[in-house]
Structures are given as C-alpha cells and as structure tokens.
Write a protein that binds this ligand. Structure first.
Ligand SMILES: *[C@@H]1O[C@H](CO)[C@@H](O)[C@H](O)[C@H]1NC(C)=O
Ligand SMILES: *[C@@H]1O[C@H](CO)[C@@H](O)[C@H](O)[C@H]1NC(C)=O
Length: 393
C-alpha cells in the first residue's frame, strides 16, 4: 500500500483523528456541514443493512437464510416479512428516516424487474444477508464455500452491481461527481461474517487476526473506488461487541469465569472486535489524509452496542444477554424439528422490545433504534454539530 500523502489542508478533518485518540474511541456518526442535505443513500453490507435483497435471490437459499422471508420477521413495524433480519427497522432505515430519504430498495429486486417503482437517485441498497468482505475465492481456497458461506455476494460483487447501475444514476464523470457527492455512502457493516464463518469452523482468534488486514484492504479498496467516482461522504461502521452477542455466548461458552467480563460477555471475542475496529480506524485515518476533501466517518457500532449490553435496563430491556426473542437453534426450542426463527413451530417472545437479541444473531428494532440514536446524537465524545434536512429522531 502507498504511504499516506501528507496533506497540507487537513485541518478541518482532523477531528476524526482526535476522536480516535480518545480512550473510549466512541466516534459519532456526524454530518459534515450545517447546510448539507443528502439526497440518497447507497449501501453496501450484510444482514445488518439488508432491506430485502434475499427476496430476489436467484441462488438456492440455505434454510437459515430462507427463514428470514417468513414471519415473525418484520412483525413489529412492517407487519410482514420484508427480508430484513429483525422484527422491524434496521439502523439503515432509521438513518434514511433521519436524512429524509425513502427506505432503501433492494438492488436485486430492481435488477430482476420485480421492483418497478424505483428511482435510483433516491438510493439503492446492495447489502445482502450472509455477505462477506472477502471474495468467495478466499473461502473456496479454504474449502469453506457452501460449508458455511452460503452465497456469493461479497463486497466486491456488490460494488460491481453498483457499477452496473451507475448509468441510471449519472452519465458523465462530472455529472457523477455531482450526484454522488450529494449522496451518503454506507460501507458496512461488512466483514463481520468473514469472521463469524471462520470462528464457526473452529478458526482460533489468533489465526483470525491474520485475516484482519485482508478484510480491511477490501473495504479500503471499495472506499477508494467510490471516492474516485465522486463519493464525498462515506460512513464506515466497525464490528459490534460480538462477545456479548447471543450467538457467540451460546456457541462458544466457557467454563472459566475469567473468560467473561462483568456484563457476562466473552472477553476474547470483544477484544478481537476491538482489535479489528482499531485497525479499520487506522486505515480510515490513512484514507482521510489521502482525501482531505472527502468526509470519511467511522461509525462505532462496537460501543453503541456495548452500552446496551452493559446497562440493558437503562434502555428498557428487561431480558438478559442470554435471552433472545426468536432464537436460532435455541435450547428452549430443542424439541421441535424447526431450527431457525421463521420456521414453523418455533416459540417466539411476545414483546421483542424487551430484548436486545432478535433471532440470536441479529438485534431487535428496539436495539437498532437506540444504536442509531446514539450514533446520530453521539452522547459520548465529540460535540460536533450535526445537522441534516431530516427530522430529529
Ligand atoms: C461469484 O460471483 C462472481 C461475480 O458475479 C463470479 O465471477 C464468480 O465466478 C462467482 N463464484 C462462484 C464460486 O460462484
Ligand atoms: C444515461 O444515458 C443512458 C443512455 O443514453 C440513458 O438511458 C440514461 O437515462 C442516462 N442516465 C441518466 C442518469 O441521465
């Protein structure tokens, strides 16, 4: 990789670096200048941001992915399954509401002609549940494709989709710079699955660390390409506090109490996510120096989620981190043939808003709402004024 160019006009962007230096590294998602409005969101990622692409999937979906197209997914807000991996809205939906653009339409529905009422100038969602940052070749080489990696929708594939769609967004280079410059790019969360899959197959945390640069290089590559095309504002989330995630707690339990922190989270996985996020942030800082006129915003999903796990009752959650509303492969559901939330016969909770975990892996709308609010209003660190055209949450 090239050495960062030393920029002489780095002044106004350096808040970003100083935030990184703060102990808690709680970076807020913030908007650039007081007069700026975003006219669209273009989103890349995985199930954290997928607003329905799997509805239009042409591959054979694995049972766990297929289940998201069934109730009780979507029961809270949409009242039908939309393909979102939650009971209701996701971070990206709350973000769209805040900015004042329509909820994002899934690219695959546009591509296959099933979604007719789309306007690519209002933004498009390329994020697909199950997606990885690394291309499928990485997993093929390891013999992991089809074992745990169920689809071929990596970040690189999603970027190619964006290129395919680009002529319907803008034509000339200068036209693209203008249109894309007014858009907000959400690049992630992506990369979490790369490690989820590796850990599921018994990869040690030590070995997983050796893949961190590969994942971050891929994310960085896409950010650079988007900037070349004209992107001016990119929000790049890190990974969540996975050591507190129901799935990790159930799948990697330890008999040694020392392995848990005071909130009952697995220290080693949280440390890994924290390590990954610090590497990502370092790369974003490097990119920011290379592109001083662009706004690269790190979104700290780690601390935004961690605070929910640490003080659930403060956020209205009555259930513990070992509870999930509609859990995948939950011990409570041992006696039914169904294994996944969304398969008939599974017991679902009455009130998802009492839970942080929706289906064992993904979070409830209530949790995503708090996380977004926290990202937008940023109670932790930076007093930066964030103004948008949208309504306040
Ligand atoms: C995955 O998709 C890419 C791009 O569409 C394609 O080039 C590649 O051959 C696919 N790989 C597999 C294993 O299907
Ligand atoms: C770009 O050009 C193509 C072909 O001329 C046209 O169909 C399309 O609508 C144009 N896109 C925009 C955003 O103007």
């Amino acid at each position: 990789m090239a050495k960062p160019a030393v920029s002489s006009s780095s002044s106004s962007r350096v808040w970003f670096l100083s935030v990184a230096a703060l102990i808690h590294m709680r970076t807020v998602l913030s908007f650039t200048s007081s007069s700026q409005c975003y006219t669209a969101i273009y989103s890349f990622g995985d199930s954290i941001a997928d607003t329905g692409n799997l509805n239009y999937d042409t591959e054979d979906l694995s049972p766990s992915l297929y289940a998201v197209l069934n109730p009780p997914y979507g029961e809270t807000f949409f009242h039908y399954p939309t393909g979102r991996f939650s009971d209701g809205r996701l971070i990206i939906d709350f973000l769209a509401e805040h900015i004042g653009v329509p909820l994002l339409k899934p690219y695959l529905g546009i591509k296959n002609g099933k979604i007719k009422d789309w306007n690519s100038l209002e933004g498009v969602n390329f994020a697909v549940g199950s997606a990885t940052a690394l291309d499928i070749g990485f997993f093929l080489d390891k013999g992991l494709y089809d074992v745990v990696v169920p689809t071929n929708y990596s970040l690189g594939v999603q970027f190619d989709w964006f290129l395919d769609l680009l002529p319907s967004i803008c034509n000339s280079s200068s036209g693209c710079k203008e249109v894309l410059g007014r858009s907000l790019f959400l690049v992630g969360e992506i990369g979490g699955n790369d490690f989820n899959y590796l850990f599921q197959l018994g990869t040690t945390i030590e070995e997983a660390r050796t893949y961190v640069p590969l994942v971050i290089n891929k994310i960085s590559w896409v950010i650079n390409k988007l900037i070349d095309l004209g992107a001016q504002t990119l929000v790049v989330p890190g990974n969540f506090a996975i050591g507190c995630n129901f799935f990790y707690l159930k799948n990697f339990p330890s008999r040694d109490l020392e392995d848990y922190d005071g909130s009952g989270c697995l220290k080693a996985f949280n440390n890994f996510a924290d390590y990954y996020n610090k590497q990502l942030l370092a790369e974003l800082n490097r990119l920011q120096e290379l592109h001083p006129d662009v706004n690269i915003i790190y979104a700290d999903y780690y601390h935004a989620s961690l605070q929910l796990y640490q003080s659930p009752s403060q956020f209205g959650f009555t259930k513990s981190i070992l509870d999930s509303c509609c859990p995948l492969m939950n011990a409570n559901n041992r006696n039914v043939a169904a294994k996944y939330c969304g398969e008939p016969g599974l017991i679902t909770c009455d009130d998802p808003s009492q839970y942080i975990s929706w289906d064992g892996v993904h979070l409830t709308e209530a949790a995503y709402k708090w996380i977004t609010k926290d990202l937008l209003q940023g109670p932790f660190t930076n007093p930066k004024i964030r103004v948008s055209c949208g309504s306040d949450m």
